[in-house]
Ligand binder design. Sequence first.
Ligand SMILES: Cc1cc2nc3c(=O)[nH]c(=O)nc-3n(C[C@H](O)[C@H](O)[C@H](O)COP(=O)(O)OP(=O)(O)OC[C@H]3O[C@@H](n4cnc5c(N)ncnc54)[C@H](O)[C@@H]3O)c2cc1C
Length: 466
Amino acid sequence: MNKPEITSQLANIVGEEYVSDDLADLIPYERDDQFPFVPPHRPDYVVRPRTIEEIQKILRLANDHKIPVVPFASGINRKGLCIASKGGILLDMRRMTRIEIDEEMMIATIEPGVNFAQLVVALNDYPHLRCLTPDAPATASVLANYMLRGIYATSTRYGIDHLLTMKIILPNGEILDTGSAATPNTIGPYCNIVNGPDLTKLFQANVGTMGVAVEGRIRLYPMPEKIRFLLISFPSFESMLEPAKQYTIQNLVAGVWIWTFTEDALKTIMQLKSATPEWFALGLFLEGTSTEVHDQEDQVLAIAAEAKGEVLKIPPDFENEFVLDHRYMRGDVRGWRKGNLYGCSCYGTFKNLVAYYKAGKKLCEKYGFEGYHFEALPVSPFHGQLTYIDPCILWDGGDPAQVTKIRAFHQELRAALLDIGIYGFFRPFPGVVNSQELGMYGEIWRKIKQLIDPNNIMNPGKPPLD
Ligand SMILES: Cc1cc2nc3c(=O)[nH]c(=O)nc-3n(C[C@H](O)[C@H](O)[C@H](O)COP(=O)(O)OP(=O)(O)OC[C@H]3O[C@@H](n4cnc5c(N)ncnc54)[C@H](O)[C@@H]3O)c2cc1C
């Protein structure tokens, strides 16, 4: 079938209004912030389905004609994950915005087009419930973020796994319900306890390479009565680590951000001034009843004082902004007022934090990048000292010399982090995750991919078959 015939078949499925092969419609999807690592590439068609049946038909058509399909929930990932590296159909699911809240089960069922703003608004009718939100723009897809296991200001207490079960359309158009939906006479598709392995996990941290998730059931949590944000500065990177560890182990905070900023990064990202060239601070989120928060604060301050921590007086507006971000969604994207943001985010161990921090700093100096900042967040459950690590720099994507430099910087930083030892990378994008380096795990991952998607139509060019 030629291109106009495919366009016409797609129009038969979703309606003419929701298909395009027009250049003007395709160009916005062809590149993102990660262009030095995932080169821009234009899809051949943009399709905007509304129903599960439409997605089944699209995948059958694509599978029959071996046309690549790239799922797109909100395209905010910034890691090249929605770039149609081999062309094909860009499946933009932003019309799929159904939300059902089951108050008794403390679960929401959502479609992939539901973003954090929409879910938060829907939850306004249930003031005692909340969803956990990332530091991402409010337009980010909840399902895509949870599938990729996002990182949240509350992850020190609540972890990163808030997705229970999913409805997946496989590349051949078949429907797979993961979790308890498969149990005969099931009481509901709400639970990931099932008779065998938890297949939800098989589709998590896979970047649209196994099928299309058309529905997910996510955990909702009680809304705390009070949230308090504290910023405590310390004399050095090392001096804030023991307090951060104690806050985590003693469960004194919902989140403890370990931050270092250069003067430049502090000004750009936090809109704060520093008297020193490098600034070390813990950003703490305390939550609970008013009494609990009061008690937590006393204990937090006593531990900080022992390490020469100094509580920073922050304007009430600033605290409110942080609390709002944390409780609901990010209203403003700090850090994006200057050029591009690069981060080699990964999971590692708390005890190696100094080594990760220094490795990033040394390379930043070697390559002459300004605005190094390092973020880390202990993650629940803390066994194995699970910690999110993010060495970041601000750079200028408009300068070709910096594009070349950032590629070399990335390779060296990736190697340095692997040398120190990490658990895994945060976002599995090409250039970071290489399944060939993963031994038998990588081999089985590729075999499962081949079993589910023998024609490799789902987001080709991304791990495990990049
Ligand atoms: C400034 C900024 C700050 C951010 N901070 C954070 C943060 O602190 N914590 C955090 O967790 N996130 C953060 N993010 C957002 C985060 O990167 C995205 O939410 C996440 O990567 C998912 O992106 P998305 O929702 O737009 O999904 P997309 O970009 O649309 O998709 C991501 C991947 O999932 C696949 N996919 C999408 N939908 C489906 C589906 N239905 N079925 C199968 N595959 C699918 C896509 O093909 C793609 O490979 C931030 C983003 C920005 C821009």
